[in-house]
Write a protein that binds this ligand. Structure first.
Ligand code: ADP
Ligand code: NAG
Ligand code: NAG
Ligand code: NAG
Ligand code: NAG
Length: 670
């Protein structure tokens, strides 16, 4: 309460004083005890604070500020044309963020105008000049600088000095801030940046053309000996009409420059300033803080970090999305067989076209090298729409993955994505067998009979393993030449497992598919849709004929332009006594006739239309190994032309290469 009252009183008093004194002074003198209501002309960051201080700079870096007494003055003797004596005194304070360290300083000045310092620069130019006009006589400038930073170019003695400047910052005379003690005559230095208010007296003696500048702490009476005293004819410098004021500038240290009071008089000493009536200088710095400076450093760092982190998160998200997989709880038990999509992506260079091995009935097959294991694999991408039955299917895939046989392509594992199933197999370098059998574009060198016989035995052994030697009966469902892959040593390996099951498990409910390939489908499979080891034997029989004759299961009959089943053709030749003419021409007659006949007859027996007449794979193996003889066969006993025709007529019609035609295609609409 009382503090407020005192403040108010003080405010009213100072207001009155300013207006009273200013009014009483007239043109030749003025006094400011604080600046409330003073009507100073200010620019830059100069302002009058609410408690009446003239604040020339607010603490912002590399800024300038000016303040002028509003009325122009004429200092020139009307008769003699010389500048008259004048006297100035003012009280100032420099408050910097750091004690005894500030930048850049302030100056009292007499200038030809009060509005022509816009081109002046802050920092070392103190808001007085710039690098173009510094020192130019056309400036008509007189200043007393209180500088707190050394400016080498201006010949400053130190970073805490007072200087008399004419037209520029190269001082006519300067000296370290301080005063001469009246009693001892010793020099006492003062720190301009000490946050203490100090007083300056500037006197121009017209007769002696002498300028005296005196500095002292606020509470001290004016020392007798001035700090600076120099001879300089201001008549040569100043214009007829002049403006009196202050200039100040900051550099790279947060500094506020204040003027507390100011008086001036011509031809007599400036009116004394009663320090009791001055506004108080707050000795604590309260301007812009290095917080900002910290921000200048921290902000870019933080921004960069934020950008980096955000970028990182985005990249992670993109990668997550790119490598997104479907993983469900039930898959935990299949963990070891599960591959990460990322690994498969990396293995195949993102499923690049150059790694495409081929396109099969289920989807594309890519070659890849697993990044960690450095293992060559074939990745089959199977698209599926429904997730129904996926669990059973994966369970089967995994169980198939446990099959180990040298004539079975090893299924290494799987991976699931939204609409894709990826199956990972051992890579089999020589590709599928059918490419070696066909005489067309893709054909490779013909296989010798020895190679063919070895492949036959291998496949038979693999199939026997599936049917009879493993813990469960596994029906392959799609035995055919294109599903037999050849390894480096040209051994046959059964590939493409379990995919037929994909359809059985209702993966694709829109159409009911029969798994298998036309030409290899046993008649009862077409009728009932039920696969069994014997339907595999049927397909194996067709495969035997295919590899021996080098013909497709459904042949083009060149004579009549129709298509006839290979079985039918071989059977007819046998009946006509020309069985050996069905041998692949590419063998050029080089084959073991006994083996060839055995294989052809075995092929016919295996693809017998009646399942009950077909041998089991164990029997097939015995025949091939020569352990057991082939049962007595005649063309007649196998000649069931009617059955053949009724079985095949409907199925021959569509494109014979089409895999997995719908049931409706076979049964003429269901
Ligand atoms: N494990 C593998 N190693 C090497 N090549 C393979 C492998 N699996 C498939 N391929 C190649 O990819 C092609 C397409 O395979 P696949 O989808 O099994 O054909 P289809 O469905 O017609 O039987 C094959 O012709 C074969 O050359
Ligand atoms: C302030 O200055 C303006 C123009 O310089 C003048 O018109 C006005 O009367 C002055 N006011 C006071 C209070 O001195
Ligand atoms: C003006 O100058 C003349 C001579 O230089 C001097 O006699 C006179 O006193 C001066 N007048 C003032 C007001 O200083
Ligand atoms: C400012 O001063 C320059 C000379 O330094 C002068 O040419 C120019 O006209 C002045 N401008 C104003 C607005 O007074
Ligand atoms: C001083 O300033 C004037 C006008 O602004 C200019 O013509 C002159 O060249 C300057 N002199 C020097 C030495 O720069």
């Amino acid at each position: 309460m009382s503090v407020m009252l005192v403040r108010l009183l003080h405010l009213v008093l100072s207001l009155n004083l300013v207006s009273m004194v200013a009014a009483a002074d007239g043109a030749d003198q003025f006094t400011y005890l604080g600046f409330i209501g003073s009507n100073l002309t200010v620019d830059g960051c100069a302002t009058i604070t609410p408690d009446g201080l003239l604040r020339l700079t607010d603490g912002s870096l590399v800024q300038k500020g000016h303040a002028f007494h509003p009325a122009p003055l004429c200092l020139r003797n009307s008769t003699g044309g010389t500048i008259r004596s004048f006297s100035v005194t003012f009280v100032f304070g420099i408050i910097s963020l750091f004690l005894d360290l500030s930048s850049q300083g302030m100056a009292f000045l007499i200038a030809p105008t009060n509005n022509n310092l816009s081109a002046a620069l802050p920092a070392k130019f103190l808001g007085l000049t710039n690098d173009q006009n510094n020192g130019n006589a056309s400036n008509h400038l007189f200043a007393v600088e209180l500088a707190t930073i050394v400016n080498i170019e201006s010949g400053d003695p130190d970073g805490n000095h007072v200087g008399i400047d004419i037209n520029g910052l190269k001082s006519v005379q300067s000296y370290a801030a301080g005063y001469y003690d009246d009693k001892s005559g010793n020099f006492q230095s003062l720190s301009l940046s000490s946050r203490q208010a100090m007083r300056v007296w500037i006197d121009y003696h017209a007769e002696k053309k002498q300028i005296d500048v005196t500095l002292a702490p606020l509470t001290m009476a004016r020392p007798v000996k001035p700090l600076l005293s120099t001879t300089c004819d201001l008549s040569m410098v100043l214009t007829d009409i002049v403006y009196l004021g202050f200039s100040s500038a900051t550099g790279t240290i947060y500094t506020q420059h204040y003027v507390l009071g100011w008086s001036f008089a011509v031809d007599k000493p400036a009116p004394a300033i009663n320090i009791d009536n001055l506004p108080k200088l707050k000795t604590a710095y309260a301007g812009p803080k290095p917080l900002r400076k910290v921000l200048y450093i921290v902000l870019p760092v933080v921004t960069t970090m934020v950008v980096l982190v955000t970028g990182g998160i985005i990249i992670m998200l993109v990668r997550r999305l790119r490598y997104a997989e479907l993983r469900e709880d039930w898959e935990v038990e299949f963990g070891p067989h599960r591959f990460s999509y990322k690994d498969l992506c990396l293995a195949t260079d993102g499923f690049a076209d150059k790694h495409l091995l081929g396109v099969g009935g289920f989807g594309k097959v890519f070659k890849g090298v697993l990044p960690t294991l450095k293992l060559e694999v074939a990745v089959k991408k199977v698209s599926h729409k429904s997730r129904q039955g996926m669990k059973e299917f994966v369970a089967e895939i995994v169980s198939i993955g446990r099959l180990r046989h040298r004539n079975i392509v090893q299924l290494l594992g799987y991976c699931r994505r939204k609409s894709e199933l990826l199956l990972v197999y051992d890579y089999i370098p020589n590709g599928s067998l059918d490419k070696f059998l066909r005489k067309n574009k893709e054909s490779k060198h013909a296989l010798s009979w020895t190679q063919r016989f070895r492949i036959i035995k291998g496949i038979a052994s693999g199939l026997q393993y599936l049917h009879e030697k493993w813990e469960k009966v596994v029906v392959h469902r799609d035995i055919k030449a294109s599903n037999i892959l050849l390894d480096k040593a040209m051994n046959g390996q059964i590939g493409d497992f379990g995919l037929a099951r994909l359809y059985d498990h209702g993966m694709d409910l829109e159409t009911t598919h029969v798994a298998g390939t036309i030409g290899y489908l046993a008649p009862e499979l077409i009728r009932t849709g039920k696969a069994s080891p014997l339907t595999d034997v049927f397909a194996f029989g067709i495969f035997l004929l295919e590899i021996t004759c080098g013909q497709k299961p459904i042949m083009n009959n060149h004579a009549c332009g129709s298509q006839i089943p290979l079985v039918h053709w071989v059977l007819e030749n046998w009946r006509d006594g020309t069985l050996m003419e069905t041998m692949d021409a590419r063998l050029q007659g080089e084959y073991d006739a006994g083996e060839a006949a055995l294989v052809l007859k075995l092929g016919l027996l295996c693809s017998h239309p009646f399942p009950s007449a077909r041998p089991r794979m164990a029997q097939v193996m015995c025949c091939l190994d020569g352990v057991a003889p082939l049962p007595d066969l005649t063309p007649a006993s196998l000649s069931l032309a009617m059955t053949w025709d009724s079985a095949f007529d409907a199925s021959v019609a569509p494109d014979p290469v089409t895999s997995f035609g719908t049931i409706s295609t076979f049964s003429g609409g269901r």
